[in-house]
Design a protein around this ligand. Structure first.
Ligand code: PMP
Length: 282
């Protein structure tokens, strides 16, 4: 199995993670998950731009150009022979020894790793929706950075899983922020609502495509935060992420929502598939 290891594609066995790598010790790094369909990445530029933006927010200088990273990503996809799947790409601040919280000298080389996996689309869930639970957003105040330290997110997802739910929908003092690994939206009286981009949420790339789809369909979309009560009263609820795509939610705690073929979420899903086709072919 091949992986990205700094500026090369190597056999998985060749990668050696140093115990003093700051990613390993501090969770000091940023990442991306990029979906591929028909052997072609979807929204590759947007993901690479966000990787640089996240790195920039933590003053981590990526020692490769965007073009170099895109070339590596494409080469890995090809060598891994992935048709429908994803690429997990992460960059940490590298090795600083002895362990020290302070950022190391800029001469320390960041560690880049990447692995591609075949993952098929979950058509059953995309059709019927998923169950979710409400959890309090206990995370920090820089959720706009796509960082590898995901303890808050995984603790919340674990709470959801204990309740038999697939995703945790998070709130801060009654305002819905996002999911533990997705953005969240509702539809009420024909209007789509999602939390505006801010330090409370990750600026999702699927949310960006959703906006494009809504615009193309003439469905009004308002990036305006909404409350737990709005969620309860919503006509439709959905999560968006690179892996979930536009995923209908059929249950939030004990509240249920119907997912029908003429629903707005369904129309958005069809438009999203057209976006995939445009970039990756049928
Ligand atoms: N919020 C969080 C916390 C996430 O982990 C993700 C998935 N990476 C998203 C939102 C959705 O982002 P995207 O659509 O870019 O995958």
């Amino acid at each position: 199995m091949k992986v990205i290891w700094n500026n090369k594609i190597v056999d998985h066995e060749e990668v050696v993670i140093n115990p003093e790598d700051r990613g390993y010790q501090f969770g000091d790094g940023v990442y991306e998950v990029i979906r591929a369909y028909n052997h072609i990445y979807f929204c590759l530029d947007e993901h690479i731009n966000r990787l640089y933006s996240s790195a920039n927010k933590i003053e981590l200088t990526i020692p490769y150009s965007k073009e170099e990273i895109k070339t590596l990503a494409n080469q890995l996809l090809k060598e891994s022979n992935i048709s429908t799947g994803d690429l997990y790409l992460q960059i940490t601040r590298g090795i600083s020894s002895p362990r020290n919280h302070t950022y190391p000298d800029v001469a320390v080389l960041p560690s880049l790793t990447g692995k591609a996996n075949e993952i098929i689309r979950n058509t059953e869930k995309l059709t019927n929706g998923i169950k979710t639970s409400i959890e309090e957003d206990i995370r920090w105040l820089r959720c706009d950075i796509k960082m590898i330290s995901l303890l808050g997110n995984i603790m919340l997802k674990h709470e959801a899983h204990k309740k038999g739910a697939e995703e945790a929908i998070l709130h801060r003092e009654g305002i819905i922020t996002e999911g533990s690994s997705s953005n969240v939206g509702i539809v009420k009286d024909g209007v789509i609502y999602t939390h505006p981009d801010s330090h409370f949420i990750l600026p999702g790339i699927t949310k960006l495509v959703l906006k494009r789809c809504a615009h193309a369909l003439g469905i009004p979309m308002s990036e305006e935060s909404f409350t737990l009560d709005d969620l309860k009263e919503a006509d439709e609820v959905f999560c968006t992420s690179t892996t979930l795509e536009i995923m209908p939610v059929n249950q939030v705690d004990n509240w249920t929502y119907s997912v029908t073929d003429d629903s707005i979420v369904r129309r958005l899903q069809r438009a999203y598939e057209k976006e995939i086709e445009k970039q990756c072919g049928p």
